[in-house]
Design a protein around this ligand. Structure first.
Ligand SMILES: [Zn+2]
Ligand SMILES: [Zn+2]
Ligand SMILES: [Zn+2]
Length: 485
């Protein structure tokens, strides 16, 4: 049901413009009086469109699986936002399958006898849906898997759900275990973005899945222990080069104007102004929401927002903290979308990718596919041809720089310089190998790390050949990439 052409757009926005939905909206406008108009965009286009051929007969395997799926209809409070959304969606769905005004005969033929059945259907759909994503983790739709939906949630899961072969249809969902497990240990996946702090995750889990998460990560966040700091709410250490977490001060005490906290890594005592931190969180979260809403319609304004907010938040927060990490990811995506037309922003894009990789690796557990994808992005950007300003010559390498024993270490700072020449290629190679290691776990060794895993392996090998050719040439300019293929 997924349109190949739809896939380059992110699902949250795409669902409002999908051809399938537009066609439906036009039919509705032609056949009925539009009531509030807003409903039209609300039907996910992956819902089965009923027809004699696509309908599962009662008693069929798939139909039984669907009937057994969990519905939260009975837990819904009449006044909850979820109920309101189901009511709206239910009405739209009933007219959708009736090709006009809801028709009891047409609905009855599909086994829908009442409004209650529709709410059940919608509740099952939203409770059992997984985000369908590309091999580089761009969300492109929803996938329904009653079996995978049986896996319980944890904010610190031992499994992930991926679609390593998403270029092939049908998209096959795979559950991949990302850390060693004991026999009998329960499989868990995360239903929410792991970059979100505990209170945000809890709200989503309560509203959408109707449960209170009591996982280790949530318990620790609630317990407010002195020696535990959730990176999603961590401040940065006053020592610029330290990557340790600094605990968040109390933010709900208006009397508390200054406070002191100790860095968990280097134990440096840092002075903090809680009111400034509280302001930064509020401004950052509002800005993130605005920038996310603008990213497709007005990317320039979204870019301005992320460009202004990131330096502001970076003064206080750890690179992995929320909403700094989410802003950095959006900023990177906006930069990458401009890169093809404007190669001058390559170094800026590399700095953004390095910040995302540092943030993601501080928050996501080892082997999580998000980490591999972040390092792959960084490696790919570092491997690209450098931008050479008009009138300047490309960097040249000396024979000693090309010595395979030369050791190069580069740590990306705030305004940090981006290495050039061989040093940059070594960095690229290192990022690609890190990505490969992570992707083999996150997308599965059996899948060779998925599409991105195979891409980073190929690119790393190509760089190795390129540096060999460069060394044999005794230095000078970077060889033409074609020479290495
Ligand atoms: Zn679509
Ligand atoms: Zn939790
Ligand atoms: Zn420190």
């Amino acid at each position: 049901m997924l349109f190949q052409t739809c896939q380059k757009y992110d699902w949250p926005i795409h669902k409002f413009e999908c051809p399938a939905l537009v066609a439906h909206a036009e039919r509705r406008v032609a056949s009925t009086k539009p009531d509030d108009g807003e409903e039209n965009g609300n039907i996910p286009d992956t819902l089965p469109i009923p027809s004699e051929t696509s309908r599962e007969k009662p008693g069929s395997g798939k139909r039984k699986e669907f009937e057994l799926m969990q519905s939260h209809r009975e837990d819904l409070a009449p006044s909850s936002p979820q109920t309101a959304s189901y009511t709206r969606l239910g009405h739209a769905l009933a007219s959708y399958v009736s090709h006009g005004e809801p028709s009891p005969e047409k609905l009855g033929a599909l086994g829908i006898a009442s409004a209650k059945d529709i709410v059940d259907l919608l509740s099952k759909f939203s409770t059992n849906a997984h985000t369908l994503s590309t091999p580089s983790l761009t969300p492109i739709g929803v996938a329904i898997s009653p079996i995978a939906a049986l896996i319980n949630h944890s904010c610190l899961p031992n499994c992930v759900i991926v679609f390593p072969k998403a270029h092939k249809l049908p998209n096959q969902l795979e559950v991949i275990c990302i850390r060693p497990m004991n026999p009998g240990e329960e499989l868990t996946t995360s239903y929410v973005d792991m970059a979100l702090p505990a209170e945000h995750r809890q709200t989503i889990l309560r509203e959408r899945y109707m449960f209170e998460c009591k996982c280790e990560s949530c318990r620790l966040a609630v317990a407010k222990l002195d020696d535990y700091v959730d990176g999603r709410r961590a401040l940065r250490c006053a020592r610029r080069e330290c990557e340790g977490f600094l605990p968040l001060p109390k933010l709900d005490d208006p009397e508390l104007l200054t406070d002191e906290k100790k860095c968990l890594q280097c134990r440096t005592v840092c002075r903090i102004e809680p009111p400034a931190i509280a302001d930064a969180i509020r401004i950052g979260e509002e800005g993130l929401e605005k920038a996310e809403a603008l990213q497709f319609d007005d990317p320039e304004r979204a870019f301005k927002l992320t460009s202004n907010l990131i330096p502001l938040l970076s003064k206080f927060f750890h690179v992995g903290a929320h909403p700094l990490l989410s802003l950095s990811r959006l900023h990177l995506a906006l930069l990458i979308s401009q890169l093809q037309e404007n190669s001058q922003i390559l170094d800026e894009t590399i700095r953004a990718a390095a910040r995302v990789a540092a943030g993601v690796s501080a928050i996501y557990p080892p082997g999580h596919p998000t980490r591999g994808v972040a390092y792959a992005e960084l490696g790919k950007l570092l491997a690209a041809d450098e931008y050479v300003p008009p009138g300047e010559k490309p960097v040249e390498a000396t024979a000693s720089e090309l010595d395979p024993k030369a050791n190069v270490v580069w740590v990306a700072g705030d305004d940090g310089h981006v290495p050039r020449g061989v040093e940059r290629l070594r960095m690229a190679h290192h990022s690609l190998l890190t990505a490969r290691k992570e992707l083999l776990i996150g997308f599965g060794t059996i899948n060779e790390g998925g599409v991105v895993g195979r891409m980073v392996s190929d690119l790393a090998k190509q760089l190795e050949r390129e540096v060999t050719i460069w060394r044999r040439a005794g230095g000078g300019r970077r060889p033409d990439p074609g020479a290495a293929v």
